[in-house]
Design a protein around this ligand. Structure first.
Ligand SMILES: NC(=O)C1=CN([C@@H]2O[C@H](COP(=O)(O)OP(=O)(O)OC[C@H]3O[C@@H](n4cnc5c(N)ncnc54)[C@H](O)[C@@H]3O)[C@@H](O)[C@H]2O)C=CC1
Ligand SMILES: CC(=O)C(=O)O
Ligand SMILES: [Mg+2]
Length: 645
């Protein structure tokens, strides 16, 4: 139990932006030329040629010319890549079919000219609202709801009605909305997916679909998908096997791809590989919507995944596939199989590794130590699954980059699973990725004893065991070092290894704290406020995906993720670090994604992996990426006509 000396601040702190961070101004060294024109990820631009009407020009939506900032902009300065010209969207549907299409519908925001030419007159109430008024009205109702799951449902309803408004709500209110559409609420949304199913979103592939997948992918209505997030539902957050109910995760991740990463909504596809479930409750649940049979395993499972990968590549040869929440028994194997032959990455292994590296570089800076001292840290990773070993691999690679020897780098790690410290004694039972991190001695040692003996400077929790970092353990950490870095990364909130209050309370406010799901800052009895950060792969995957797809990367290399981590670390202003905040404020996430995307493209070009960057684009990659980022704004809609002369 906590004493009353710490309390969570009721209102989440809103970080200040600053211009103080240093920019990595390294320019691309190699320029590749495109053989085909780069397709735009921006909805409703480029391929529509008809000019807007006068009335559309007079739209009351404020559109200002965007600028690519040289440094982190002040609050409000970042326009999120707005445009001063909006090409009209040319569509062939009319009337009520427009209103029921979430990619086209503007609801009450259709102007009179559009209502006339699109045969909407009479189908909408008289009053015309602009997007700002629509958002105000939406927020009043949303904020009135008494639970986060109800808010999640209301947001998903909006998602199904009007994608532009939905994504704009996310862009403008990221701090408030991310926990509602993503962790922690998405966990509950997945658990309740079948019971509250309203409308399908995404695609499902199951065993019955074997032999048909190449045809099935043509059922998806969008011709040019850029990003797929796929799960088999086997390890949804820290909630275990949720089978087909895991669809909420690809949907939530892709909402962030659009709002935070600037990929247009019609270019994303959420997928569940419904290969059954070993979750007894779901197997017995009369309302469960997935395949009610035990999980497919062995060669049959891998063949199914293989057919899916072939099918999506057949229809969309350049599509990026993000593997998400696959159980660690298959995650690494799938990554190894596809990483060199398909544009793909595993978010839990690679994205989490890169994000954690960025957070640790920030934390080390916050402590006043050299960022290049990573290999001098003593890093205790509790949890040796996809996330734990993924993090170890990325940190290990970063240490080598910093000039440490392989042995020095390995000696920095203490990795524990539920049997305690992983030592060489059980090397025969370890996965090839875990083996290099086995310690020569102390196999099976408890985390408390590791803390006592080895005095870790950094502790990362990736076990999905809520409360595992108990008072004894955290106090031991605080006794060992002046300022322990404590990252309980498991999701959702109930699975966090400790809370922010506990970490600050038990370390007398000395720790640097970052968690997978957001925690409010904590006010201690001394009246001091202790700030928290969110260390979640959401800071990395949108930018990596944006950069990789924009440059037509042949693959996602480990170095791209390393570069992404460095770019992310550079986005944290000094004054945030001084408060112990080691990630940029969530409201800056579009700017972070932009910076990561530029860095990823530069790296792809250096490594000869970029296939779609023209010499012209390469002249100013900042501008190129900003121009390509989707921004949710209503564009004028016109009828598609075939003109014959
Ligand atoms: N913050 C972030 O961005 C991310 C957080 N995560 C979270 O990390 C957690 C783990 O994810 P995965 O590694 O994919 O799962 P996993 O199931 O592959 O790994 C869990 C590991 O924890 C170990 N473990 C279980 N009980 C333990 C105990 N009592 N003591 C020590 N170790 C114990 C298991 O042996 C296993 O090695 C999940 O809650 C997930 O939500 C995962 C990816 C990203
Ligand atoms: C954040 C994330 O990817 C996870 O918890 O699995
Ligand atoms: Mg995940």
């Amino acid at each position: 139990m906590l004493s009353s000396s710490a309390r969570v601040l009721a209102t989440r702190y809103r970080g200040n932006a600053s211009n103080s961070w240093k920019r990595n101004s390294q320019k691309a060294a190699v320029v590749t030329t495109s053989s085909s024109p780069t397709s735009s990820p921006v909805a409703a631009t480029r391929f529509f040629a008809t000019l807007p009407t006068e009335e559309d020009d007079a739209m009351d939506v404020k559109v200002s010319p965007w600028e690519v900032p040289e440094q982190v902009p002040d609050e409000g300065e970042w326009e999120g890549c707005r445009r001063n010209f909006m090409s009209p969207l040319q569509i062939s549907v009319r009337g009520s079919d427009i209103l029921t299409n979430p990619l086209y519908s503007k609801g009450t925001a259709f102007k009179n000219g559009e209502r006339d030419r699109l045969r909407l007159r009479g189908l909408l109430p008289h009053r015309i609202m602009n997007i700002h008024k629509q958002i105000d009205r939406f927020l009043i109702t949303l904020r009135d709801l008494d639970s986060n799951i109800r808010k999640n449902i209301m947001l998903e309803d909006l998602h199904d009605r009007n994608e532009t408004l939905y994504h704009r709500v996310l862009v403008d209110h990221m701090e408030e909305m991310a926990p509602l559409i993503y962790t922690p609420t998405v966990g509950q949304a997945c658990q309740e997916h079948s019971s509250r199913f309203r409308r399908p979103r995404g695609m499902y592939f199951s065993e019955e679909d074997r032999g048909h997948m190449a045809a099935m992918v043509y059922n998806w209505p969008q011709p040019d998908v850029h990003v797929i997030v796929v799960t088999d539902g086997s390890r949804i957050l820290g909630l275990g096997d949720l089978g087909a109910n895991g669809m909420g995760i690809p949907v939530g991740k892709l909402s962030l791809y659009c709002a935070a990463g600037g990929i247009a909504p019609h270019r994303v596809l959420p997928v569940v590989l419904d290969v059954g479930t070993d979750n007894k409750e779901l197997l017995e649940d009369e309302f469960y919507l997935g395949a009610q049979k035990p999980r497919l395993r062995g060669p049959e499972y891998y063949h199914l995944v293989d057919e899916f990968m072939e099918a999506v590549r057949y229809r969309w040869p350049n599509v990026l596939v993000q593997f998400e929440d696959f159980d660690s028994s298959v995650a690494q194997r799938l990554l190894d199989k596809y990483r060199n032959e398909h544009l793909c990455f595993n978010d839990d292994i690679q994205g989490t590794g890169a994000t954690t590296l960025a957070g640790l570089l920030g934390a080390i800076r916050a402590k006043g130590e050299e960022v290049t001292s990573l290999g001098d840290q003593r890093i205790l990773i509790v949890g040796a699954g996809s996330a734990g070993i993924g993090i170890a691999q990325v940190l290990y690679g970063a240490m080598l980059e910093q000039g440490y020897t392989e042995q020095q780098a390995k000696d920095s790690f203490f990795i524990c699973d539920q049997h305690g410290l992983i030592g060489e004694e059980r090397v025969g039972k370890l996965t090839p990725e875990t083996k290099p991190f086995a310690r020569a001695e102390d196999d099976g040692m408890s985390i408390v004893d590791v803390a006592k003996k080895h005095k870790p400077t950094i502790v990362l929790g990736v076990t999905a065991v809520g409360g595992l970092f108990n008072e004894e353990f955290v106090r031991e950490l605080a006794a060992g070092v002046e300022r322990p870095i404590i990252f309980p990364l498991s999701n959702p909130t109930v699975k966090a290894e400790c809370t922010a209050e506990q970490a600050f309370e038990w370390t007398d406010g000395k720790c640097i704290f970052a968690s997978g799901s957001p925690f409010d800052p904590v006010e201690m009895v001394d009246g001091k406020t202790y700030y928290t950060s969110q260390c979640n792969n959401m800071y990395v995957f949108p930018g990596v995906g944006l950069g990789a797809t924009l440059c037509g990367a042949k693959k996602v290399s480990d170095r791209m993720l390393y570069i992404a981590a460095k770019a992310l670390a550079e986005c944290v202003p000094e004054e945030d670090l001084a408060r112990g905040q080691v990630f940029p404020h969530i409201s800056k996430i579009r700017m972070v994604s932009h910076k990561i995307a530029v860095a990823v493209i530069e790296e792809a070009m250096r490594d000869g992996l970029a296939t779609k960057i023209s010499a012209e684009d390469a002249k100013d990659l900042n501008e190129f990426v900003a121009r390509k980022m989707y921004y949710p704004e209503y564009v004028p809609i016109v009828e598609k006509r075939t003109i014959t002369i």
